[in-house]
Ligand binder design. Structure first.
Ligand code: PLP
Length: 421
């Protein structure tokens, strides 16, 4: 009997297995980040350069996840490393502001006119948490609405219906149907005057790289304006789809607030929320009763330097090249699936993509198709998210994309063969 996918993975990753076991003595479940755990254990990485990473066992991967979309220039890009090194030598953080945060704010504002004022955080989670709090404070209303399958991080409102979050908090969060104006109105009916904000990812990440239509975003803009609620675009992931983010691309709808993260830190911890001057003025510490926004590492100059180097490198031509590669990948996957009659599909936009294996595919060993695809691709030397999402980075080439497509198609076909057999 040939070894299973998991057995083959285990045979190739004994050092990762040992590290995972060691980790479990200190970290619950051997992990400190839910989104990077995968059974039986994830590969432990030691190094990354460009598109490539290497794990502790010396296995080489082409990284098509880029730390969940944040490494848009790949690993250890020379311009980012130089900017970070220069800043680290000058000092890593001060109990005082630096010019780096002003420059990053200016670069972001120049790209997103809806961001009249901005504040930096350490993560996308903090960004959405503060944006939602700002909306509540500004409107004097408590109710918030987000979309089915949305992911806005891990604060109480973002995960409103999980254990540990008081029911009272969950009761103040509504779930809206995606892309369905009538459904949205139905959920909000009678509660419009209680609603502080609707938050939406214009391109859902965790929800399966779903892209909102300009018409739907326009509907939300008109609705929120009419009922006196704020519209928040969570562009923590979506900002990477073009120089002006999703809001510059999907119909030009102007949100009241925007949240950012991932690429604005150039691979280092960062996040931001910004938007209308009158809403953001609530954080102006010169005002009586200003909203508190402490944070030992807010506006951290190392992250700001990395983010600035990244955004400066991302010229419109580089975005266009990333999009061309994304289109090439989606086309070859889609064509290949159709040609082979595979129960699978591919989605995405610009440099973000998602592979969806269909339920009729049956991998061996009782694994889910997603899990089998994830481990199978690791064995082929490709790193995607366990749920099938991926992101392109600038070091990727046509050959990298073509070889990924071929590997995905082969892994999916093998599952069908098992199903047929
Ligand atoms: C759309 C979106 N919002 C917020 C977050 C949370 O960001 P972070 O993981 O930096 O807290 C994420 C993370 O993946 C995200 O995809």
């Amino acid at each position: 009997m040939s070894p299973s996918l998991v057995e083959t993975y285990q045979a190739r990753t004994p050092r990762s297995a040992a590290m995972f076991e060691r980790a479990a003595a200190s970290l619950p479940g051997g992990s400190t980040r839910t989104t990077i755990y995968s059974a039986p254990y994830p590969p432990y990485m030691v190094r990354g350069a460009g598109l490539r990473t290497w794990d502790v066992d010396g296995n080489e991967y082409r990284d098509f996840l880029g730390n969940y979309t944040s490494l848009i220039l790949g690993h250890a890009h020379p311009e980012v490393v130089a900017a970070v090194e220069a800043q680290v030598r000058r000092g890593s953080a001060f109990a005082a502001p630096t010019e780096a945060e002003i420059e990053l704010a200016e670069v972001i504002r120049a790209r997103m006119p809806s961001i009249e004022r901005i504040r930096f955080t350490n993560s996308g989670t903090e960004a959405t948490m503060f944006a939602l709090r700002a909306a509540r404070a500004f409107t004097g209303r408590s109710l918030l609405a987000k979309f089915e399958l949305a992911y806005h991080g891990t604060h109480d409102i973002a995960v409103a219906w999980t254990p540990g979050v008081p029911k009272a908090t969950g009761d103040l969060v509504l779930e809206l149907p995606w892309g369905d104006p009538e459904g949205v109105e139905r959920v909000l009916a009678g509660r419009e005057r209680d609603l502080a904000a609707i938050i939406i990812e214009p391109v859902q990440g965790a929800g399966g790289v779903r892209v909102a239509t300009p018409e739907f975003l326009r509907f939300l803009r008109e609705l929120t304006t009419r009922i006196g609620a704020l519209l928040i675009f969570d562009e923590v992931i979506a900002f990477r789809i073009g120089p002006n983010g999703a809001q510059g691309r999907l119909g030009g709808v102007r949100p009241d607030l925007t949240t950012l993260g991932k690429i604005i830190g150039g691979g280092y911890p960062s996040g931001a929320f910004g938007g209308r001057e009158d809403v953001m003025a609530q954080f102006d510490a010169r005002r009586a009763g200003a909203l508190v926004h402490g944070g030992t590492f807010n506006g951290n100059p190392v992250s700001a330097a990395a983010g600035l180097a990244t955004l400066r490198h991302l010229t419109p031509a580089r975005y266009a090249e990333l999009e061309r590669l994304g289109d090439r990948l989606r086309t070859s996957l889609g064509d290949g699936m159709a040609r082979a009659g595979l129960d699978a599909r591919v989605g995405g936009i610009a440099s973000i993509f998602q592979v969806f294996p269909g339920t009729s595919l049956v991998p061996p060993d009782g694994m889910s198709p997603q899990a089998a695809l994830f481990i199978g691709l690791l064995l082929d030397g490709f790193h995607l998210a366990p749920r099938g999402m991926g992101a392109l980075s600038t070091p990727g080439t046509d050959a990298d994309v073509d070889e990924l497509a071929a590997a995905v198609l082969a892994r999916l076909s093998a599952m069908r063969a098992v199903a047929a057999g």
